[in-house]
Design a protein around this ligand. Structure first.
Ligand code: BJW
Ligand code: ZN
Length: 247
């Protein structure tokens, strides 16, 4: 099918679907200026580090200041970023679909900034900290942070409230995401390499349960063979076109 026809077919499916789930990854924020972790862009956040070297509790225990310097740099970078047309279109999709859940692996908060409301944050949030002493979880939008590593009022060491490798995802959020995807007629997957589990399993299982999976990415991923439609292109251009909101 020529791509315009495919686009119209998917747009019609999106209009007709009663239960829709969107799963997003770093690629949806790339055009806002947030570097991705992997992929073709050549500016992956991990370019000079292996993920396990920084995004793990072991790394944090070894050198909390080093890990915090990396997060402080990202907080400063993301604080200057604004949602792009893909975030905006996904917020519009939520307003149109009778049942909708936005499942995101991103920690940047840009979906909420674009107006999305029902958001399942699988990997936590850059703007929250968790105290290793008293366990308190708190919103923290200070940029720059006054000290690295930052400390809680109780004196305990604060960590980013983010899910690192080897750590379990927030259980209720994960269950909610799987349940919504398994019940969905259409799952729209945007800008994820589909390499990191268990998030990558969400659209795979939905496809096996009968959902029509639509994938938007610059390049094919391990999910692509299961997708009913694959659009190769930048999210900020493709997603608004799927919704008919492109200017
Ligand atoms: C564009 C674009 C544009 C660019 N437009 N597209 C099963 C099998 C194998 C391994 C495991 C498994 N189950 C669990 C594991 C272990 C591990 C894992 O998955 N490892 C794999 C790497 C092999 N998973 C875990 O450890 C998870 N925990 C867990 O499962 O606990 C239970 C358990 C414990 C111990 C053992 C076994 C089970 C936790 C995962 C936590 C992930 N955390 C991170 C870092 C957070 C830190 C931080 O942000 O600071 O989350 S990793 C990093 O990857 C980040 C992301 O959310 C995540 C996903 O990346 P994403 O979003 O897909 O981004 P990229 O960069 O990979 O891809 C971008 C894509 O966009 C590319 O495809 C581009 O082409 C595209 N793109 N520009 C459209 N403009
Ligand atoms: Zn504390």
């Amino acid at each position: 099918m020529p791509s315009d026809e495919l686009l119209e077919d998917v747009a019609a499916r999106l209009r007709a679907a009663r239960r829709v789930v969107a799963l997003t990854g770093a690629g949806v924020s790339a055009e806002s200026g947030v570097p991705t972790f992997r992929g073709a862009s050549g500016e992956g956040l991990w370019e000079r580090f292996r993920p396990e070297d920084l995004a793990s509790f072991d790394a944090f225990e070894r050198d909390p200041a080093l890990v915090w310097r990396w997060y402080a740099w990202r907080r400063e970078l993301v604080a200057r970023c604004v949602p792009n047309p893909a975030h905006v279109a996904l917020a519009e999709l939520e307003r149109r679909a009778p049942e909708f859940l936005l499942v995101t692996q991103n920690v940047d908060g840009l979906h909420a900034a674009a107006g999305s409301r029902e958001i399942a944050e699988l990997h936590g949030c850059l703007w929250r900290t968790r105290c290793l002493g008293c366990g308190a979880v708190a919103e923290d939008r200070r940029v720059p942070l006054p000290e690295l590593p930052p400390r809680c009022g109780c004196g305990g060491l604060l960590r980013p409230d983010i899910v690192w490798f080897g750590e379990v995802l927030p259980e209720a959020t994960l269950l909610r995401s799987f349940a919504a995807a398994m019940a969905a007629e259409l799952v729209l997957v945007v800008g994820t390499s589909s390499l990191v589990y268990p998030a990558a399993a969400i659209p795979q299982q939905a496809a096996r349960a009968g959902a029509f999976v639509v994938e938007v990415n610059l390049e094919p991923t391990p999910l692509t063979p299961l997708a009913g439609a694959f659009f190769a292109g930048p999210a900020a251009a493709v997603v608004p076109r799927l919704l008919g909101t492109a200017s």
